[in-house]
Design a binder for this molecule. Structure first.
Ligand code: HEC
Ligand code: HEC
Length: 221
């Protein structure tokens, strides 16, 4: 993939057009069905030991972190569980649970998590210089290294856009880092057109720690 041959401005426009053409496939945030939310609450009992009863997940630095599911897009959640089932995402912890739900239960449990409010996260590393670097990557990117800002795809304040671009603000910090590393290693490969793989391969470990900490500390709406 050779971005290098395009002038920077062209690259920016190409990404904008690409993002728009992807977003146009997705329906706008689907109305959540109250009955589905109610049924999903019952199925969520088996998920709560890791994702927690309030869906806020848990930060486990050095281990396998449990992502926040609360407030994420319903159809994004469905797609991710199916990705574990099909093997385009892999986790020794999560994969066995992905197979436990039939399609209706998956839709219900995803409706339930999508309906939950989000809570602010306490971020362990709040070194101001690290946070400043993370903020720059998240909101401006680093054009000298062909790193597009996270918000150019993940939307204003990184709150997510439709089904394809999940909200990443207010997500558990070590989970964010874990996913960027999974893309670098090629074990997460369910993203459309390798959009995330192409970003992750340009980030070094300092970038990953910084952008994960900064994003986690931002409120999820
Ligand atoms: C034993 C712990 C555990 C249980 C129980 C569990 N999960 Fe997970 N889940 C994880 C871990 C760990 C990950 C992150 C894996 C990775 O790094 O990709 C994850 C990831 C996910 C994701 C991806 C989130 C995202 O932002 O992309 C979804 C969706 C999910 N789980 C749904 C569920 C549902 C629904 C259930 C209940 C049926 C469930 N999980 C039960 C540990 C668990
Ligand atoms: C060119 C578009 C694009 C850019 C720029 C981008 N992302 Fe993404 N990102 C995506 C897409 C698409 C997905 C959803 C992939 C999927 O379907 O699994 C995603 C998913 C993610 C996820 C997984 C969230 C979850 O809940 O599992 C994380 C973490 C992430 N991106 C972090 C970042 C960070 C950090 C940056 C900035 C350094 C960034 N992204 C920039 C397109 C992009």
């Amino acid at each position: 993939m050779s971005f290098v041959s395009f002038p920077r401005k062209t690259l920016g426009w190409m990404l904008a057009i690409l993002s728009l053409s992807i977003s146009s496939y997705s329906a706008l945030a689907a109305e959540l069905d109250a009955e589905a939310v109610k049924r999903g609450k019952a199925s969520a009992a088996i998920c709560a030991s890791c994702h927690q009863a309030d869906g806020s997940g848990m930060n486990i630095p050095g281990g396998e972190s449990w992502p926040r599911l609360a407030g994420l897009n319903r159809d994004y959640l469905v797609a991710q569980v199916n990705a574990f089932k099909e093997g385009s995402r892999s986790s020794p912890t999560m994969t066995p649970f992905a197979g436990m739900l039939n399609p209706q239960q998956l839709l219900d449990v995803s409706s339930y998590y999508a309906s939950l409010p989000t809570k602010p996260i306490t971020v362990p590393n709040t070194d101001p210089a690290v946070m400043e670097h993370g903020k720059k990557l998240a909101l401006e990117g680093d054009w000298d290294r062909y790193i597009v800002s996270c918000s150019s795809c993940h939307g204003p304040n990184n709150q997510g856009v439709g089904v394809e671009f999940p909200g990443i603000a207010g997500q558990q910090p070590s989970y964010i880092a874990q996913q960027l590393e999974a893309w670098q290693k090629g074990v997460r490969k369910n993203d459309p057109q390798n959009l995330m793989g192409a970003i992750a391969e340009r980030l070094n470990s300092h970038d990953i720690a910084a952008v994960s900490a900064w994003l986690a500390a931002q409120p999820a709406q």
